[in-house]
Ligand binder design. Structure first.
Ligand SMILES: [Zn+2]
Length: 237
């Protein structure tokens, strides 16, 4: 939006900080200066990978931008539970930095594939956070293909399952709809949160079967246990 128009709108409709609800100044966007700094301090180094989890061979490389804890946890929850997708705009600068530091030179990808969500989540939220994140990155000139995978129906909600069940459940959670979009291409799978990694692994397996040349995973946030899950299966996180 045009800066002058946005400033005018702010005077008529003041915006609040998405974290602390303080009224924003005209120069602030979605977060107040204090909360923006708190978020900035939480960033992982841009080249930080998922560590142990990278060794599974299911994907070639993987990155997480933040730990899944406050304030990222609060922001994601506020966006998802409150059906407020615009909150995710606060992550735009770190996604741009990631593009500049990694995707524009070090590790190039042809297509972004967001992890799909089920029908129920669509109804509750009205948007898919993984898709929003993928589209923010796509603005830098990478194709985004949200229709490559779909979530199968009748798969139990991850939240209602115990960890062992969560690890077993994603098998068959997705269906490959457009193998030609992945075949022979470098595919970057996008998700908002990585916990056990089982969901991303299932998506990557299908993309690998479709003949992708290279597979990467970018997740906005990951739980602290995410990096060791493959070596500690059965160990409650
Ligand atoms: Zn604030």
């Amino acid at each position: 939006m045009n800066q002058a128009l946005e400033s005018l709108l702010r005077i008529v409709y003041p915006a609040d900080c998405s974290l602390c609800s303080k009224t924003l100044e005209l120069t602030e966007n979605a977060l107040c200066r204090h909360c923006a700094l708190t978020l900035e301090k939480k960033r992982f180094p841009l080249l930080e990978s998922l560590g142990e989890h990278d060794k599974t061979g299911i994907w070639d490389e993987a990155w997480a931008l933040f730990p899944y804890e406050a304030p990222v946890k609060n922001l994601l929850k506020a966006a998802k539970l409150g059906a407020r997708p615009w909150i995710l705009k606060v992550f735009e600068p770190v996604l741009s930095d990631f593009f500049e530091a990694v995707l524009s030179s070090l590790s190039v990808y042809d297509v972004l594939v967001p992890i799909p969500q089920g029908r129920r989540a669509w109804i509750e939220r009205g948007f898919n956070p993984a898709e929003k994140i993928a589209f923010m990155l796509a603005r830098h000139g990478i194709a985004c293909a949200p229709d490559v995978l779909v979530k199968r129906g009748r798969v139990l909600s991850q939240r209602s399952l115990r960890k062992e069940e969560r690890l077993a459940n994603p098998w068959g959670a997705f269906k490959m709809m457009r193998p030609e979009a992945a075949a022979g291409r470098r595919v970057l799978v996008i998700d908002d949160i990585l916990t056990t990694g089982a969901t991303a692994e299932e998506a990557c397996r299908l993309i690998r079967e479709a003949g992708a040349e290279k597979i990467g995973v970018l997740t906005l946030a990951r739980t602290q246990s995410a990096s060791r899950v493959t070596t500690t299966q059965g160990d409650p996180a």
